[in-house]
Design a protein around this ligand. Structure first.
Ligand code: NAD
Ligand code: LMR
Length: 328
């Protein structure tokens, strides 16, 4: 028997990430090739944005996706989020050259307060939310705090792009395939303070740390390359990453929904206190997923260098959260 459709809201649907994301959701890449979906697309009320959205929807129609069971356009989150199973919150102002993601905090904080409240009011009680709009961790924190009637654990922030970036850098360094790398982590904030950590990573039963055996490369090349990749893309493209960001959003929700078969992935999630990260801080952790739930990988050793890096990115998140307290 065919599965009942799941309702997916996407905000910023006429933006650059939206243009790479919507087609893949409708194609079954996110929730499975046997899972019908209904798209509920939100854009700002501005006439130009709504017109652009109608054009994107014409193109989606023209793909005749067999799994697409419905699609609606919205300018109000209270209708866009009605009865949804998943929310992918992309819509926000992106940064330009010379800006840090946290410079977007005040511009984007209002959006996530309003959207958190709308989710609280009208979404399914089990709705799962991924925040992509920057600064992603703190926006996810704001949305979570604005939705007190929904389970806090269902609010997440996207660190999967950082995880995928780190995988590619390690594959290039070791000359091995991306698909063979296991047990990578990106701790903390989606910002240059993040800590991509390959101390536990393995390829075909061999330790990646031992294969690379070069702490200078780790500190002076790997960490800054992954941490500043977003800025490198803005510098090269004149626009922030879009297709790779959409791909990471698909990976994040796909794995949350379909499970990881024991594989570790990185998700920005509200801390439960694990690894001495204070409760509720929206922090990148290693997780495995099963039956629609994520679980933090426990029991990993935290050495002095790692603790220093984990605290550095934690301090930035704590400061960001302090900075938005007055809005909550
Ligand atoms: P974009 O400017 O091309 O598109 C954003 C869209 O959002 C626009 O169409 C705009 O009209 C819409 N929008 C703005 N406010 C909205 C609101 N309140 N409700 C609904 N829609 C709204 O930007 P983009 O390149 O698609 O990037 C979107 C966001 O994603 C930015 O904040 C960017 O920094 C972030 N981003 C995050 C990651 C990550 O890894 N977490 C990666 C890439 C980009
Ligand atoms: C990225 O990492 O590519 C995005 O967060 C966009 C940005 O501002 O860097």
């Amino acid at each position: 028997m065919a599965k009942a459709p799941l309702r997916v809201a996407v905000t910023g649907a006429a933006g650059q990430i939206g243009y790479s994301l919507l087609f893949r959701i409708a194609n079954g890449d996110m929730l499975g090739k046997d899972q019908p979906v209904i798209l509920q697309l939100l854009e700002i009320p501005d006439e130009k944005a709504q017109k652009a959205l109608s054009g994107v929807m014409m193109e989606i129609d023209d793909c005749a996706f067999p799994l697409l069971a419905g699609m609606t356009a919205h300018s109000d989150p209270m209708t866009a989020f009605k009865d949804i199973d998943y929310a992918v919150l992309v819509g926000a102002r992106p940064r330009g050259p010379g800006m840090e993601r946290k410079d977007l905090l005040s511009a984007n904080a209002q959006i996530f307060t309003a959207q958190g409240k709308a989710l609280n009011a009208v979404a399914k009680r089990t709705v799962k939310t991924l925040v992509v709009g920057n600064p992603a961790n703190t926006n996810a924190y704001i949305a979570m705090k604005s939705a007190p009637d929904l389970p806090a654990k269902n609010f997440t922030a996207m660190l999967r792009l950082d995880h995928n970036r780190a995988l590619s850098q390690l594959a290039a360094k070791t000359g091995k395939a991306v698909a063979d790398i296991e047990k990578l982590i990106v701790w903390g904030n989606h910002s240059p303070t993040m800590y991509p950590d390959y101390r536990f990573a393995m390829i075909g039963g061999q330790s990646v740390k031992q294969m690379i055996n070069d702490e200078e490369w780790n500190k002076n090349t790997f960490l800054p390359t992954v941490g500043k990749r977003g800025a490198a893309i803005i510098d090269a493209r004149g626009l922030s990453s879009a297709a790779s960001a959409a791909n990471a959003a698909i990976d994040h929700i796909h794995d949350w929904h379909c499970g990881t078969n024991g594989k570790w992935v990185t998700m920005g999630i509200p801390s439960d206190g694990s690894y001495d990260i204070p409760k509720d801080v929206m922090y990148g952790f290693p997780v495995t997923c099963e039956n629609g739930e994520y679980k933090i990988v426990q029991g990993l050793e935290v050495d002095a260098f790692s603790r220093e890096r984990m605290n550095f990115t934690l301090n930035e998140l704590t400061e960001e959260q302090e900075g938005v307290k007055h809005l909550l």
